[in-house]
Design a protein around this ligand. Structure first.
Ligand code: SF4
Ligand code: SF4
Length: 164
């Protein structure tokens, strides 16, 4: 598993352009078929990548929050939503509500999430490479491959498949 992280750290920068070009080229692919193929690779990669040994998403990308997230996470922390807003929420440059700070203030020292069962929807959906999400998020994957070793390896495998 360590070699997967090392490969990602060494190659992610130089492969970003190749990934952007590749993802642009498969925009016309049948989304159901693409979702199935990418979903299979997602399962393969996440069978060997241990998120608890990584947590790079929680350390580097503040998740977007909606009001339902705020109410649920605040409840899990035993806080009022207004207090949660004050302590943990900021509005980013795109006008979205996001968690305040990097790493996420709810990330614990052992890389677990202190509100895992109640975590925001964006955290549950990241990195958007499963069957249901891959084809609808083609514009995100090249950027996410810079933050997430799993996305990097999923794209590497997908590029080798000669998809049309
Ligand atoms: S809420 Fe939990 S899963 Fe989401 S970024 Fe923070 S620590 Fe990670
Ligand atoms: S960046 Fe990717 S591999 Fe790392 S913890 Fe997040 S989802 Fe898992």
């Amino acid at each position: 598993m360590q070699h997967l992280f090392e490969e990602w750290q060494k190659q992610r920068g130089q492969q970003k352009k190749a990934n952007q070009k590749f993802l642009k080229g498969i925009r016309g692919a049948q989304s159901r078929q693409l979702g199935e193929t990418a979903g299979r690779l997602h399962d393969e990669v996440f069978a060997v990548v241990d998120c608890l040994a990584c947590a790079n998403c929680c350390k580097s990308i503040p998740p977007i929050l909606n009001e339902t997230d705020v109410r649920r996470v605040a409840k899990a922390l035993g806080m009022r939503p207004s207090d949660f807003h004050q302590q943990y929420v900021v509005v980013d440059e795109d006008g979205d509500m996001v968690m305040k700070g990097k790493p996420c203030p709810l990330l614990q020292a052992d890389n677990t999430c202190s509100v895992y069962e109640s975590r925001p929807k964006a955290c549950r959906q990241y990195p958007h490479t499963d069957r249901a999400q891959f084809a609808d998020n083609l514009k995100l994957h090249a950027t996410n491959s810079q933050y997430c070793p799993a996305v990097f390896h999923i794209l590497n495998k997908l590029r080798q498949l000669n998809l049309k």
